[in-house]
Structure formats: C-alpha cells, structure tokens
Design a protein around this ligand. Structure first.
Ligand code: HT7
Ligand code: ZN
Length: 875
C-alpha cells in the first residue's frame, strides 16, 4: 500500500453539503441509496474529475441531478468511483450500492452482531457503505432513512434526532433520523435490531431536556445501571468543568458483542463493545466498573473534542484522542481518588506506551507517515497524547489552560482542524510561546532525564544538574531538547517541603521546574541541610527518570513524600532495583533473596494506616514481569524474571505473614456490594494481601483462597481467588475452574475472564491449554473479545510462555494471526503487535521470534494491516 504523508495533505477538491441515505436493510443484500449534494471548491478547475472512495462495494445505479449517467461518464470498481467530468455548479449525485452485512467479518462498515445491524465507520468504514469523500475534513449534514421488517428490527436508530417513523407494507417499517450538526463520515452510525431499551433523562445546565437510552440484547437490561449513571455524571461534569453542554434531543448508546475496539463516539449514537456497558456485582470486577465509567465518559466527551471540533486529517488523531483521554482521566480523578487514578494511568503508560516508543513501532504523537491508519490507534496517540495535554496544563496553569481551551472551542466549533490550531489557541489565550513545546507532537521516543545533585555545605547551596536525551528510534537518529515540566520538592529531614529560592525563570507555579535545554543546572540558595530531592512528582512529564537515590532516601520518600505518586514510585524503584539484581542471579542459577530494604519498606506501607486503601494496595503490588523486562532492556530471560519475582513475593509474604493475614481475611467492606472507590479500595487491599498470605505450596493459605472463591459475593473477589488458585497451581484449581465455568457458561463476558485466567497461567502447560481452549465450545474465534481474552492475553500477559525457549508460544500466536487475518485484519494486526519487543529478548528467543515473524511475513495474502505491522516490526 502506498505511504500516506502528512506533508502531502491537500484540501478536498469537492465538498458534500448534505447526505440523504436510504438504507433498505437485508442480512445479505442491503440496498443503500445515497444522495449527495456536491459542490466544487473554488480552487478546483471546472470539469475536474470527482474521485470517491469505496471498499468492497457494488454499484448498481448512478445519477446526476436525477439523470442516469452514461457508462462512459464514470468508472467504478470495488475501491473507487470516478466521475470524469461532473457539473461545474453544485449538483446531486445519487448512488445505489448493494452490501452484504452478514459477510462483513472485518467489522468495519455495516455488519451484524448477534443479529443486530450496526456500523463502525472510523477510520475508513463509511466507504464500505457507499462511495464517498471518506476523509475527516469533509463535513456534511446527514438525513438517514432506515427500512426493515418490524419483527426483526423493531429498533431503528441513526445519528441525530428522530424526525419521522411509519409503517409500510409486508410488516416493514421505517424511521428517519436527522443530524443537524455537520460531521465527517467516520461519525456516521446506524443500528437496527431487536433490542431492549433502558431509558432515563438529563436536563442540561441551560434547561434543555435530553432523552438518554441504552440499547442492549434482551435479558441484559438490568446490567445497564452503572453505565447510565456514569453517563449522567459525565454530562454534568463536562458542563461544570469545561462548560460543555450536550446539543441534541437524544443521546443513544448501543451495546454490541462483536466490536473491534472499546467503543465509538458516533454523533448522538455511541456504539459500544458490551464489555464497556454491562455490569453487575456478579459478573463485573471493580476494574470493569472503573473502565465502564471511563469509557462512557470518554465517548461522551468526544461530542465536543472530536465531533463538534474534528480532525483535518488522520495525522491529527491525537487532537481528539489525546485531549479526550486527558478529559476522561480528569473525570475519573474527580469521581475517585486522584492519586490512585494517576498511578493507574502512569502504570498503563509505562507498560504499553513506553515499550511502543522504545521499539520498532515507535512513532510521534502526531505521526508523519502511515500505510494503514487503523494501526495508529496506539498508546502513543492516546496515552502519550493525553500526557502532552496534561503538560500543557501544568505549564500554563489551570486558568491559562481553561482560557486556551475555551478559545479553541469558540474559534473552531464546526471545523476540522489541526494540532497547530489547537496550540495557537493556547498561545493566544495564555500569552505563551509553544513553538518548542510542539516538539512533543513531532518527536518519537521517550526522553531520558538524568538528574544529579550536589549539596555544598559551606555555601548552603543545592545544585541540581539536569540533562535530557531521546535514544534513537526508527527514522529518528537525533532529537531536539523538549520542554519538560518537572514538578519537584526538596524535602527536609522532618519530611517537610523546604521553601527554597531558585533562579528567576527556572521555576513556574511554585513547584515546577522547566527543563528546556539538553543540559541545565539549577542552584538553590540558603538550603540549611542536605535535602532529599523528590523529582517528577505526579509524573509531570512522560519521561524516564535516571536519578540515583540511595535505598535510605527511597525508603524516606516512600514514607514521607507529601506527593502520593512519588511515595508509590519510591517503593517501585526500590523493588525494581532488587528485582533486576535477583533476576541476574536467577539467570545464573544462583540463589537469590529479597533485600531487607524491600522487606522493610513493605512493612512501613502495611503499617501506615493513614494511607488510602487503594493506594496501599498499589504500593504493595510488585512491578510486573513485563516492567522488569523493560527495565533490563536487553538479553531478556523471562524465566529468570519470573523466578526472581516469585521469590520476592515469597520473601515478602513470609516475612509479613501476620499483617497480610489480617488484611486478607478481616478487611472486606461491610454491607451489600457497592462499586464505589472506597469499597473497591478495601477489596483491592484484601486481595493483594491474600496473594502474599497464600503462597504457592502453602496448603492452609490456599484453603483460605478456596474459601474466598466459594463464599465471594462479587466478581472482584471471586476472580482474584480463581486467579491465585490457577496461577499458583493450587490443588483446588481444577475444581475452581469447573465451578466458575458452570456458574458463568451463559455469560460470555464472564467467560472471557475464565479464558484469560488460564491463558496467563505461568508454566509449561500454557501453550497446550490455550490450544485446547481454542477448541472449547464457548470459544469463538470470530469474536474480538474472545480472541483478546485468550490469545492477546496469552501473548501480552504470559511472558514466560509466549517467549517459551522452544518457540512454541511464538508459533501459536503467529499461526493464529495468519488465521484471524483472513477474517478480521484489525484484530490480527493488534495481536501481531505483541511481538514488538522481540529484539530485547535473549539471542535464542529473539531468533525464534524472528522466524515466527518471517512466517507471517511470507504469507502473500496478508492484509494491509498485518503487512504494515510485520514489516515495521522486522525492520
Ligand atoms: N474513536 C474510536 C476509535 C475506534 C476505532 C478505530 C478503528 C477501528 C475501530 C474502531 N472503533 C472505535 C474510539 C475512541 O477512541 O473513542
Ligand atoms: Zn476516543
């Protein structure tokens, strides 16, 4: 496929002002009649050909201003329609296409999920419905008429407000939806099916009533309460925090069970993966509740950041995604504990985005080139994109940030725009120069910030020497210094932040130091005694911090830092250092034990009753095996990492057995289940403690886990217990798996957790288990959630078995990619990204990974999606 480059952007030659769609639904032969009001752009010479995008389309009729077009006047193939000499004046183009929803296994365009017709048009799915200028800078007003048998499809939905409904002959009926807000085609949606409706309402700040509906398969109505509650809170929050009101009479959400991603923000008609809608205590974990709240909010917030103001081209994807992730993170922080949310977000960033940015798939937050846009819905665009917005807020302060965003909304409402326009609004409103800051959008790779300190007891000065560099990444050998806001504190001996004086201009907002050169020294005067530096508080920039702190300083920060993020970070750093040391010992078959520093810091956390429960649970969580692999960086031996981490868990657990027992068994929230953050925090702490109390091989401990499993009144506890039993190879593991399956065999989302638990079991049987489960009657290789639960979790959550020393794990995933790619390229290419860190493995393993990748690459029929990933991964 040809490369698409940002520098080649050209505005469209024609625009489409209105779109009238008439969709006559049929499972295998849906007829779409599209009437487009086209307008030649003043810069386009009269008579210039009109080129419309298509994908797997069959054109059956074409008319201009009502007159059928001569065969010589157009060329249509499955991919493109060319009208050679369209009228110079505005004209109506009518197209009739026929499509087959049942045969659409890519889940892009119009398809059926469990009998329900639904669409997914971002990024380029609308061209699978009709020929169109399928690009985000063509904004049109849509009117959609749907027609279907009433018995099969009592519910007919599209974007906007309902304009008309009516009955037709032969048991058919129709509905007309009109969306007054001009939008790009990627925000188009329709849904038709036999669905249950859960309704509520919302009154906007200016007093407008909005009907809220969630549509789900019949029988799932009572699992929509949390999603509806999250939606209403999101709507209110966006009014209160960003001054953004909703703008249609109705907001519809539809949950479907076959969906390539999490959800989609189609105007007025969000379509969701049912995983991000359905929840009750019996089937959803606390994490599921938090995810639903965040995804509902995210899609709702897109109404302003994405829909009212959209992207000029797909290179600007972070304009809507980074900003909207930032907004949903802020929402969740306000709904829950800010510190806990920040730690969770940074963990995600470090575990997903940092490896992406350090490997062959690295790209800037705003890429400059792509072959397949579907492969750019990445952690870099989303998560790093959100971090860049967060830094903007840190640099400009709350007021400057809000003023910039208000200007952006005012100035660009109804437009398709760019990162430059976004930054210009902040420059103007806050009086800032963001030209150097803009590098965050241009440069790939994670900057490494090195910090060295020196205290001069005679002059009473404390000097901080900072430097930054980005290691080379594909296509970027050198880099320029970025603007890095470093939130910091100098902590005195009693744990108080010192009130220190620093040179003019180096510091903003009291506690943020700006590093904007390759090297920079900052000297603080009148510092009475050597302080401990707490740097990068709140993870104020997406960088790797290289700062040597003595174990006693880390222990001090873990106990004293007033910044909860850095307290957590100090525990992680201590544990990580020790895990790396122990891994080296394990890889040489030498005895390894956990250091006293780590044992002691865990004691301090356990004893600190003032700490938030959820925060305490996080502080007691060891870095993951993938985190350790990332820290080691080269010649990675996943077995040694697993061994080291298991030893650390054992040593900490046996050392603090009584304390862990206390939390494990006597700490459940009281009363009936509630998903609120405080109750979830208690469960998180109890279950974390249980994992240290019940160590592998400890019969009494595992009996406690079995009791928890059988007596749990909620999914969080039940799944935590199941995972411990299965992953630790407890004698009760088979009984537990069987009991779980019997309980949940009719609930596919709950069964996904069963598949996932088994797929992530460390130990040599995992590959065989996954292969056996692929033949399980409840596994369905055509459903993306099932594939993610079994294969993606295996590839990303079972490092020792995916990277098994005989290559069987790589083979399994490569074979599966080839199989899935024939049906659903997006799901296949995402699975393929699990190979992205293959070069960091030890030579034997990396050679095996390479040969698996070459096998994939050798397939001539590979989709554009998978071809792009495999080529870049091997480069
Ligand atoms: N904006 C949505 C992206 C999305 C998507 C992209 C490609 C293929 C399928 C997709 N489904 C949803 C999701 C979001 O960020 O809100
Ligand atoms: Zn989004």
């Amino acid at each position: 496929a040809p490369a698409i480059r940002l520098e080649d952007y050209q505005p469209p030659a024609y625009r489409i002002d209105t779109v009238h769609l008439n969709v006559d639904l049929d499972p295998s032969a849906t007829r779409v009649t599209a009437t487009l009001k086209l307008r030649r752009q003043p810069e386009t010479p009269a008579g210039s050909p009109l080129l419309l995008d298509g994908d797997e389309l069959t054109l059956t009729e074409i008319r201009i201003n009502g007159n059928p077009l001569a065969e010589t006047a157009f060329k249509a193939d499955a991919q493109q329609l060319e009208v050679s000499a369209p009228p110079a004046e505005p004209f109506d183009l009518t197209l009739v296409t026929e499509i087959n929803p049942d045969a659409n296994t890519k889940l892009m365009g119009l398809y059926r999920s469990s009998g329900t017709y639904c669409t997914q048009c971002e990024a380029e799915g609308f061209r699978r419905i009709t020929y169109f200028l399928d690009r985000p800078d063509v904004l049109s007003v849509y009117t959609t008429r749907l027609e279907a048998p009433k018995k099969d499809c009592p519910v007919l939905l599209a974007n906007g407000n309902l304009a008309e409904t009516g009955e037709l002959d032969d048991g058919r009926h129709f509905a007309v939806w009109h969306d007054p807000h001009p939008k790009p085609a990627y925000l188009f949606a329709l849904v038709a099916g036999n669905l249950a409706e859960v309704s509520d309402s919302f009154t906007t700040a200016s007093g407008k009533g909005v009907a809220l509906n969630i549509y789900v398969e019949h029988g799932k109505e009572d699992r929509c309460g949390w999603a509806m509650d999250s939606l209403k809170r999101s709507m209110r929050w966006d009014e209160e925090v960003f001054g953004r009101e909703y703008d249609l009479d109705v907001f519809n959400i539809v949950a479907v069970s076959d969906f390539n991603m999490g959800a989609m923000e189609n105007k007025g008609l969000n379509i969701f993966n049912d995983k991000y809608v359905l929840a009750d205590p019996e089937t959803a974990t606390d994490q599921d509740y938090a995810n639903i709240e965040a995804v509902i909010a995210h899609e709702y917030f897109h109404n302003w950041t994405g829909n009212r103001i959209t992207c000029r081209d797909w290179f600007q994807l972070c304009l809507k995604e980074g900003l909207t992730v930032f907004r949903d993170q802020e929402f969740s922080s306000d709904m829950r504990s800010r510190a806990v949310k920040r730690i969770a977000d940074v963990r995600l960033l470090k575990s997903h985005q940092f490896p992406e940015d350090a490997g062959p798939l690295a790209h800037p937050v705003r890429p400059k080139i792509y072959h397949e846009i579907n492969n750019f819905y990445t952690a870099t665009v989303y998560e790093k994109g959100a971090e860049v917005v967060r830094m903007l807020k840190t640099l400009l302060g709350d007021e400057g940030f809000r003023a910039g965003l208000d200007l952006y909304f005012d100035r660009h409402d109804g437009e398709a725009t760019t990162i430059e326009a976004f930054l210009a609004s902040f420059e103007e409103a806050a009086g800032a120069d963001l030209s150097q800051f803009a590098l965050w959008y241009e440069q790939a790779g994670t900057p490494i910030v090195t910090a060295e300190t020196e205290y001069d007891p005679d002059r009473k000065t404390f000097t901080l020497s900072l430097s930054q560099e980005i290691p080379p990444v594909p296509g970027q050998k050198t880099s320029r210094a970025a603007v890095i806001p470093l939130r910091f504190g100098l902590i005195g001996p009693n744990g108080e932040d010192l009130d220190v004086a620093a040179p003019e201009g180096a510091i903003v907002a009291g506690d943020v130091l700006i590093l904007d050169k390759a090297h920079q020294d900052v000297t603080f005067e009148n510092v009475a005694a050597p302080p401990v530096l707490s740097l990068l508080r709140g993870f104020s920039a997406p960088v790797r911090l290289n700062q040597h702190l003595e174990p006693r300083d880390l222990a001090f920060l873990a106990a004293q830092d007033k910044d909860p993020f850095n307290r957590w970070q100090a525990v992680q750093t201590l544990a990580m250092r020790d895990l790396v040391r122990m891994t080296h010992l394990c890889s040489q078959d030498q005895p390894a034990t956990c250091s006293k520093d780590v044992i002691d810091v865990f004691a301090a956390i356990l004893e600190d009753a003032a700490l938030d429960d959820a925060l305490r649970a996080l502080a007691l969580t060891l870095p993951s095996e993938a985190d350790i692999a990332q820290e080691i960086g080269k010649d990675v031996d996943p077995d040694a990492i697993h061994a080291a981490r298991s030893i650390m868990r054992r040593d900490i657990g046996s050392e603090h057995k009584t304390a862990f027992q206390r939390f494990a068994t006597g700490f459940a929230p009281e009363g009936p289940f509630s998903p609120d953050a405080a109750s979830a925090g208690k469960r998180a702490l109890a279950n974390r403690a249980l994992s240290y109390f019940a160590l592998p091989g400890d019969a009494a401990g595992q009996d406690t886990v079995w009791q928890r499993f059988t007596s749990a009144d909620n999914m969080t506890d039940r799944l935590a217990a199941l995972t411990l039993l299965v992953h630790d190879g407890a004698p009760q593991k088979d009984d537990a798996l069987e009991a779980y399956r019997d309980r949940y065999k009719d609930n596919s989302l709950a069964m996904d957790k069963w598949f996932m638990t088994q797929a992530t079991t460390p130990g040599p049987k995992a590959v065989d288990i996954v292969i056996a489960l692929m033949g399980h009657p409840l596994y369905d290789a055509t459903n993306p959630n099932r594939v993610r639960a079994l294969l993606q979790s295996f590839a990303t959550g079972n490092p020792t078995q995916f990277a098994r020393a005989d290559g069987a794990g790589f083979e399994l995933v490569a074979e599966s990619v080839l199989e899935i790619d024939k049906r659903n390229p997006q799901v296949a290419s995402r699975l393929l990204t699990s190979f992205r860190s293959w070069r960091a493995l030890d030579p034997q393993r990396s050679a095996l990974a390479e040969s698996a990748l070459l096998r994939v690459s050798a397939c001539e029929e590979l989709s554009r999606d998978s071809r792009d990933i495999v080529d870049r991964t091997l480069q």
